[in-house]
Write a protein that binds this ligand. Structure first.
Ligand SMILES: *Cc1c(COP(=O)(O)O)cnc(C)c1O
Length: 374
């Protein structure tokens, strides 16, 4: 059988030039000084993508490592952490904080809408004694994009360090780390950047870095301790051997986005057309507002199961995703991120969806792919 078109919300399609970069001959990254320059340039390019002057680090592990490393490095036992929660990743962040001994307070907001900033503002007037707050830019399971442009300046006013999971938004949505006062912004290689899975990266503000360095107790671990990266460039010393081939690929993928210049606009345009196509066909989008341009979660029509839609789509040559936790069996997800975010791929996906849902007895207005108009 032909390989399916992978339209899941990450990992995404990896283009040939990125795969080629990955297969380049390697050097010894600990000893070869030119690799330190390459690594630094890659960090600078990521900084450019994040619109920040902050220190950028690349860690050898998938996106979750970044979330855990931020919690491990910042939190000391008994620290109060505000977990800003309107989705599965948002809520889960609190679990990491607890593992490192935090006293976690949850601020909850509607799971089908962008975070309610006015309510958060009121909440902080009552209680703002937090060392840090965790939040998610794009809630990938529900397809909600949170207004970090308003949340992080608010946290900053209260002196709270912000740790933002922007794993599925970087490259697909605007992210102005310095302007929005984001202390730690976390990304992953396999979402909108369309590099292979395996790397996480983060920008760290001076305030967050000082909090790591000023701890009273040592970080309980090595791999998750951001402090081990201090002066890596000056000392020409990496805390462990770098996954050089993965970094070659990431660097190329980031370079591609910088050269394209209009990646964010491409995501906005395609995502809007996908949403219009789905809704004018009579389907329901899970997010009621603040919809992400990287992924769309569609409510599974009454009486159907996720697996029959998934199987049908796969036999049409397209792989889509479901979701997990409370959204398992509730939504199906179409990833329109990174290298998957092109008209041709979405046309094929929507045409397959039209055929599959129709065969399962769903009444569709017009044709989904014909509603995917310019
Ligand atoms: C993909 C993703 C991560 C990384 O998690 P995995 O489930 O291991 O891929 C973290 N946060 C968000 C919001 C993500 O979309």
């Amino acid at each position: 059988m032909k390989k399916p078109l992978i339209m899941t919300p990450g990992p995404t399609y990896v283009s040939e030039d990125v795969r080629d970069a990955m297969s380049k001959e390697i050097t010894n990254p600990d000893i070869d000084l030119s690799f330190y320059e390459f690594y630094r340039e890659t960090c600078e390019k990521i900084g450019q993508l994040l619109n920040t002057e902050n220190k950028v680090l690349i860690l050898d592990g998938e996106g979750i490592l970044g979330l855990e490393a931020a919690c491990a490095s910042l939190i000391e036992v008994g620290d109060r952490v505000l977990c800003i929660d309107n989705g599965i990743f948002g809520r889960g962040f609190g679990d990491f904080a607890k593992m490192y001994g935090a006293e976690v307070v949850y601020f909850e907001s509607d799971y089908r809408r962008g975070l309610d900033v006015a309510a958060l503002e009121e909440f902080l007037k009552q209680d703002s004694d937090f060392k840090l707050a965790t939040l998610v830019h794009c809630e990938t399971p529900s397809g909600i994009l949170n207004p970090v442009d308003r949340i992080c300046p608010l946290l900053d006013e209260h002196g709270i360090i912000s740790v933002v999971d922007s794993v599925s938004s970087i490259g697909g949505e605007e992210l102005l780390v310095d302007k929005w006062k984001i202390d730690i912004a976390l990304g992953g290689s396999q979402k909108c950047l369309s590099a292979p899975p395996g790397l996480t990266f983060l920008s760290v503000s001076d305030r967050a870095w000082n909090a790591v360095k000023g701890r009273k107790t040592p970080v309980a671990g090595f791999y998750c301790n951001l402090g081990i990266w201090e002066n890596w460039y000056e000392n020409k010393w990496f805390p462990y051997t770098q996954p050089i081939s993965d970094i070659y690929a990431l660097s190329k993928a980031v370079q591609n986005i910088i050269e394209e210049q209009t990646t964010v606009e491409r995501h906005a345009e395609i995502a809007e057309r996908v949403r219009t196509a789905l809704e004018s066909s009579g389907l329901e989008i899970y997010a009621k507002d603040s919809r992400s341009n990287a992924v769309t979660s569609v409510v599974i029509p009454e009486g159907l199961s996720y697996s029959e839609i998934y199987d049908g789509m796969l036999s049409e040559g397209v792989m889509i995703a479901g979701a997990f936790d409370y959204l398992a069996g509730v939504v199906l997800r179409i990833g329109h991120m990174g290298e998957n975010c092109y008209e041709e791929k979405l046309y094929i996906t929507l045409k397959a969806l039209d055929k599959v849902l129709r065969a399962l007895g769903v009444k569709i207005k017009g044709k989904i792919h014909s509603n995917f108009i310019d």
